[in-house]
Design a protein around this ligand. Structure first.
Ligand SMILES: NC(=O)C1=CN([C@@H]2O[C@H](COP(=O)(O)OP(=O)(O)OC[C@H]3O[C@@H](n4cnc5c(N)ncnc54)[C@H](O)[C@@H]3O)[C@@H](O)[C@H]2O)[C@@H](O)CC1
Ligand SMILES: Nc1ncnc2c1ncn2[C@@H]1O[C@H](COP(=O)(O)OP(=O)(O)O)[C@@H](O)[C@H]1O
Ligand SMILES: [K+]
Length: 599
């Protein structure tokens, strides 16, 4: 997975993301305007061939070639490419890439997967005389054959060598399979089920070969095995690409869930001017990698100008060890994100520990219902649920405090055990659920489940959530109202505006953050931003909080930021993904807040 270095925050615009259904609709819209589908495939392949050449030169010759590559035969060393094609149009792209790279002087070997001998002999009957081998002649040939078959003919007529994977699979060391660059054109956006049998073997062999030969693995459109609309990879069977050449428009699945691990560096090849204003092509989500710049604070201000966060959590059920850390992490992250004041309502057993690590905080006993309700009225934001406990007593507190927060019209952040209680209340048809949904139409309510919590909230299995995270977050919002984060690699954020909802995919963060307490940190950042009413709505938004959290995690493990001298300005040693702890986050959050002011 790519880790971003952030010595300053780069200012990339959000990237629109689409489902495969939308991609097919865009193509169809283009064809219905009279454009030729094989012509589009030729364009796609030609442009990909140029990018492949550039990627090759970047890796092996260690330089960036100019935008327009001068395709010429190489005298000293022939570039070797192994192109793996399936039977759909993704394979069609592969055949044509073979044709163009061969023209450019590459040594081309095609490996077909799932083809019968008859697939080649059938096309022999339509074969265009190789003397006249050009793509135009073939594109004008029999229209009854598919674009992929035409592409196959083009490559064959140019004498590109090919062999069936089925015939060579037992000998991965065969020289025919040795190459510098491996192109994955097995499946594109049409993949809709687990690759099995020969396909599974081919994907495994492709990955093994690229690794053994230290080859460059480049995926056409999307790594085969990744589902374009969801980012799911079935049974971990997918091409592990160093680079993906993404055709027409950016696929949602490249950036969330498993897709993040398989896509490598993604390059867009837009090809057609799809109508962005057309409702049919409204992106399903936007990929964000950077936050909004913060304005400097007014000099004439005081702690009250930046809000008062009340964290409610950190309980100890009789006889248990307790969960004070959750509230402490959330509170310290709130302050790191800039909240003016913080009070923690936690079990008294943790007051000492809290004050030792965060002397800036005020404390109150979680079970002092009157006192906490009083504080809810005084707070700017209420964040509830982190380590609150799941027993009946904790649920009674949860209901009581949520009611108080709604009466006092406070923004509410609900996480962890708070979500557990919501799920139980929903099953019991409790009136709190409809009250909260109603409340969320005019007031800020943020809910932040991971897949396990979302499964409980929707009364589904975790794999059902994971197989379609986009639908899951939408269903959460429909059922409970409010703004949502569905946490995990490529966290999804759903925010409801006045008349429409917007989904974001968080393009920062890393697997080092898969440790206990990181969610508590996120709830703190969300509350800390919401508390600062001097900020514009966009800067206090949920997606801003998720980005700050992810950037902070990346900064801690990055190889390229100021921490990599071995020591940070605060004397901490560089931290890696393994061993990153939630308690490391507040210092990095402060750093990101500063970078965003500077940017
Ligand atoms: N139509 C066009 O002109 C263009 C198409 N493009 C390419 O076309 C691709 C989409 O083509 P297709 O719709 O043919 O889709 P694919 O090339 O992804 O292939 C889909 C075929 O594979 C089968 N399949 C799906 N999952 C399978 C599995 N697990 N095991 C075995 N078979 C499986 C499907 O039933 C279908 O027959 C894009 O990703 C892109 O690469 C681009 O060339 C742009 C232009
Ligand atoms: N692989 C990952 N890539 C990016 N972010 C991650 C990854 N794993 C975890 N995170 C982030 O870390 C946080 C973990 O939250 P959560 O699972 O609720 O932890 P906890 O409940 O222990 O506090 C979430 O914001 C999540 O998106
Ligand atoms: K592919």
């Amino acid at each position: 997975m790519q880790i971003h270095g952030h010595s300053s925050i780069d200012k990339k615009h959000p990237i629109s993301l689409y489902s495969s259904k939308q991609l097919y609709a865009m193509e169809q819209a283009w064809f219905s305007e009279g454009h030729d589908s094989f012509g589009l495939m030729q364009q796609a392949a030609w442009q990909m061939a140029k990018h492949i050449e550039q990627l090759y030169e970047k890796k092996y010759l260690n330089h960036h070639s100019s935008a327009s590559v001068n395709f010429s035969h190489r005298h000293n060393h022939q570039y070797r490419v192994s192109i793996w094609v399936g039977k759909g149009n993704n394979g069609g792209d592969g055949w044509l890439i073979a044709y163009y790279l061969k023209q450019a002087g590459w040594q081309v070997q095609i490996v077909t997967v799932g083809f019968e001998d008859s697939d080649f002999s059938n096309s022999d009957s339509d074969q265009v005389n190789s003397d006249k081998s050009d793509t135009t002649a073939i594109s004008n040939s029999k229209s009854s054959i598919t674009d992929a078959q035409k592409a196959l003919q083009v490559a064959r007529s140019a004498n590109c060598k090919y062999e069936r994977f089925e015939d060579s699979q037992n000998d991965l060391r065969s020289t025919a399979l040795q190459a510098d660059v491996y192109i994955d054109a097995l499946f594109g956006i049409g993949l809709d089920r687990t690759p099995e049998g020969i396909y599974k073997q081919a994907i495994r062999a492709f990955n093994e070969l690229t690794e053994q030969n230290n080859g460059l693995a480049i995926a056409v459109d999307i790594p085969s095995g990744v589902v374009a609309s969801t980012g799911e990879v079935f049974d971990r069977i997918a091409i592990k690409a160093d680079a993906t050449l993404c055709l027409i428009a950016r696929k949602f699945g490249l950036h969330t869930k498993d897709g993040v691990d398989y896509s490598g560096q993604v390059t867009d090849i837009p090809l057609i001017p799809y109508q962005v204003d057309n409702v049919a092509f409204e992106p399903v989500a936007k990929l964000i990698t950077t936050g909004q710049a913060f304005s400097p604070r007014r000099q004439n201000s005081y702690k009250g100008s930046y809000g008062h966060v009340l964290v409610i959590g950190g309980n100890r059920i009789d006889g248990s060890q307790g969960m004070g850390g959750a509230a402490i992490l959330s509170a310290s992250s709130s302050m790191a994100a800039g909240a003016g004041k913080i009070t923690v309502a936690c079990h008294e057993a943790f007051h000492g520990a809290l004050l030792t690590s965060l002397p800036d905080a005020m404390t109150i006993n979680l079970h002092d219902a009157q006192g906490v309700q009083h504080l809810i009225k005084a707070a700017s934001v209420v964040a509830i649920g982190m380590g609150l406990g799941r027993d009946d007593k904790a649920q009674a507190l949860f209901v009581n405090y949520i009611q108080a927060a709604m009466t006092a019209k406070k923004p509410i952040v609900i996480d962890a055990d708070g979500l557990y209680h919501l799920a139980s209340l929903q099953l019991k048809n409790d009136k709190l659920i409809s009250q909260l949904r109603e409340y969320s139409t005019d007031n800020e309510v943020c809910l932040t489940p991971h897949s396990g919590e979302a499964a409980k909230l929707l009364n589904k299995k975790i794999h059902e959530i994971e197989s379609d995270r986009l639908s899951a977050i939408k269903l959460c919002a429909q059922t409970y109202g409010g703004n949502w984060v569905l946490k995990g690699a490529g966290s999804l954020v759903l925010e409801r505006g006045l008349d429409q909802e917007q989904v974001y995919v968080c393009g920062v963060g890393n697997a080092g953050m898969a440790t206990a307490g990181m969610g508590d940190v996120l709830s703190g950042v969300i509350a800390g931003l919401l508390a600062q009413q001097d900020l514009e709505p966009e800067m206090r938004s949920l997606h801003q909080a998720v980005i700050i959290h992810g950037l902070a995690g990346d900064i801690l493990v990055s190889q390229t930021n100021q921490y990599n001298s071995g020591k940070s300005d605060r004397g901490h040693l560089l931290i890696g993904q393994r061993g990153l702890q939630a308690q490391d986050m507040p210092v990095a959050i402060r750093h990101v807040m500063q970078l965003l002011v500077d940017s």
